[in-house]
Design a binder for this molecule. Structure first.
Ligand code: ADP
Ligand code: MG
Length: 586
């Protein structure tokens, strides 16, 4: 395991307008493929790059090529070929972002099934970069609506996928249309021989880069992964924090900005947490690490660079909140735990499209990473109850309780209440600030099925109190929506936490959701266009609200079972903080 330092973005000589964006986005240092690809691509050389998904290939080609293009020229200078429309859109979006400070820069995504007229108008108006699937690009070449004569560079992204999908011949034909002196960069996660042959024929003395998976053993560390699904990563992390025995934890994210944001969110949820990133002075970083070492701090949210070489024996857990770029970074990261012969635990959050990186990591560490399911509400309750019992037992053994025993005797005779009831009340008081039964943040739990609404029932329901506004969204049971989908979409797009989302009621054709009354208009505007289960949310204030029933406050509890506005069923558990009347049931 080497801990050599990666070059900085500043040393790579990107165009100033591009370097500025990198700074704004908060990328701290180039990923290995970026560090190796950017210099030759800036020089105009051809490149053959082999690297897994998630290693930062888009920026590896986009940053140098955007640095080289001339935004004053209104014809295609960069062509990127991707296997799918999703990738075309993603790459186009990333390029538009990276080119934020290039005046009048325009990138056009081009793929099948998209309105041709609009593509043609954009092409006629002049775009500097085109990103598309090979089939649609071929269409445009045949019609003469896309001309490649003055192309500077062609990028073939995910060439092995192109091969699998039967596009590799199209790719080669397109490359043959491009001018002879064009630069070509070809990226592929694997190098099947058909891809290599295309590379041999089409690339001129390419620089070859291979981000190898180094192997290393990490035997004292147990490794698990959670596939990101139906629940926001922040909520998943919160549950893990609640349910595992954690001494200290380091959470890895990709950007400097994310270290600060996530750390603030954890603080807001009551965990002591601090960021650790390369923007902080050496002195600040050392101070944070010392607090972590001494137990004054339990969670540090870090970038790879800032946490390099960090050696704090207390760290019992490493969370890969954002997946690392390569297996080497993963090994560095998890090596922050299991130090000094202790046992360490590593947890990796993996989005479905990152599953390939997961198997690469397993190969590199030669150890299985087991799938984990998130702790349930019951797990968390059990753990808190267990800790509470321990606390009681310890105090019972170690403290002199005579004064309190007398107090109980006197209370009992004075108020004529049973011991069980007194003890329960005291237990409530002890835990009320941090209830034994967790609430909120359990988005993937289903809401209790509602009876199908009759005659404008939803609108008739009261939903307002001082802080909440009920909104209607145009996705419902008929679209197979689950509360988690709604929570996920809203938290992502409106920059809210799941705690900011009140009740959700799902009906056949639409749903109702309570959101903070002071939600920014900008957030609402963004939510208009968000797609959930194939439907646009088209969020609107639920106008029927408030016509019936008298201003009963909406509970903030998120989808807690029985936590609706209905009275608790007999025998159902009350939430720990539910107040009973002073004379209530004895
Ligand atoms: P790949 O094409 O190899 O699958 P992407 O280019 O899609 O990888 O990058 C994956 C993610 O990593 C993106 O969210 C991107 O914004 C982020 N990323 C890329 N380079 C860096 C960097 N140097 N620092 C931080 N994040 C980065
Ligand atoms: Mg990519």
């Amino acid at each position: 395991m080497t801990e050599e330092t990666l070059p900085s973005f500043a040393s790579l000589n990107l165009a100033p307008a591009i370097a500025r964006v990198i700074d704004e986005i908060g990328y701290e240092s180039p990923s290995p493929i970026q560090a190796q690809s950017i210099p030759p691509l800036l020089e105009g050389r051809d490149l053959l790059g082999q690297a897994q998904t998630g290693t930062g290939k888009t920026a590896a080609f986009a940053l140098p090529l955007l640095s080289r293009l001339d935004p004053a020229l209104k014809h295609p200078q960069i062509l990127v070929l991707t296997p799918t429309r999703e990738l075309a859109l993603q790459v186009a979006e990333a390029m538009q972002t990276y080119a934020r400070h290039l005046p009048d820069f325009q990138v056009l995504p081009v793929y099948g099934g998209q309105n041709m007229g609009q593509q043609l108008r954009m092409l006629a108006r002049g775009v500097q970069a085109v990103v598309g699937t090979p089939g649609r690009i071929q269409d445009h070449l045949r019609r003469g609506t896309l001309r490649l004569e003055r192309l500077l560079a062609v990028v073939v992204d995910e060439a092995d996928e192109m091969l699998k999908m039967g596009f590799i011949e199209d790719v080669e034909q397109i490359l043959e249309h491009a001018p002879a002196q064009r630069q070509v960069a070809l990226f592929s996660a694997t190098m099947p021989k058909e891809v290599l042959q295309v590379a041999r024929r089409q690339l001129k003395e390419p620089v070859e880069i291979r981000i190898k998976a180094k192997t290393a053993t990490v035997e004292t560390i147990s490794q698990r992964f959670w596939q990101v699904k139906g629940l926001h990563k922040l909520d998943a992390l919160t549950r893990i924090l609640e349910a595992e025995d954690i001494e200290a934890m380091i959470v890895f994210v990709r950007t400097k900005t994310a270290t600060v944001e996530l750390s603030e969110k954890l603080e807001a949820r009551g965990f002591s947490s601090a960021p650790l990133n390369g923007d902080m002075t050496q002195a600040m970083r050392e101070k944070t690490i010392e607090r972590l070492r001494g137990g004054g701090l339990d969670i540090v949210v870090a970038t790879d660079v800032a946490a390099r070489g960090l050696d704090v024996p207390r760290i019992s857990h490493v969370i890969n909140y954002d997946i690392p770029y390569d297996t080497e970074a993963y090994i560095h990261r998890i090596g922050r735990t299991g130090r000094a012969g202790r046992e360490g635990k590593a947890i990796l959050f993996v989005a479905p499209r990152e599953m390939r990186m997961l198997s690469a990591i397993e190969q590199a560490t030669r150890q299985p990473i087991t799938a984990m399911s998130l702790p349930t509400r019951k797990d968390i309750t059990d753990r808190r109850v267990g800790l509470f019992k321990e606390q009681i037992a310890t105090a019972m053994e170690s403290q002199d309780l005579e004064f309190f025993e007398e107090f109980i005797d006197s209370y009992q005779s004075e108020y004529d209440v049973g011991l069980r009831r007194i003890a329960a009340t005291l237990a409530y008081l002890v835990q009320k600030d941090r209830p034994l039964q967790p609430e909120g943040g359990f988005a993937e739990e289903k809401v209790e099925p509602e009876p199908p609404p009759r005659a404008r029932p939803a609108r008739a329901r009261e939903s307002r109190d001082g802080n909440w506004q009920r909104y209607r969204i145009e996705v419902g049971r008929a679209h197979k929506v689950e509360p988690g989908n709604i929570v996920g979409a809203i938290t992502n797009e409106a920059n809210l936490s799941s705690r900011d989302i009140g009740q959700i009621k799902i009906y056949d054709a639409f749903s109702l959701v309570d959101l903070p009354r002071d939600l920014a208009p900008e957030a609402l505007r963004r939510l208009q266009g968000v797609w959930v289960c194939g439907q646009r949310l088209q969020i609107s204030e639920d106008r029927g609200a408030g016509q019936e029933a008298g201003g009963k406050p909406v509970k903030r509890r998120l989808l807690a079972k029985g936590g609706d506005q209905r009275p608790f069923k007999a025998g159902a558990k009350k939430p720990p903080h539910s107040r009973r009347g002073p004379k209530g049931g004895k």
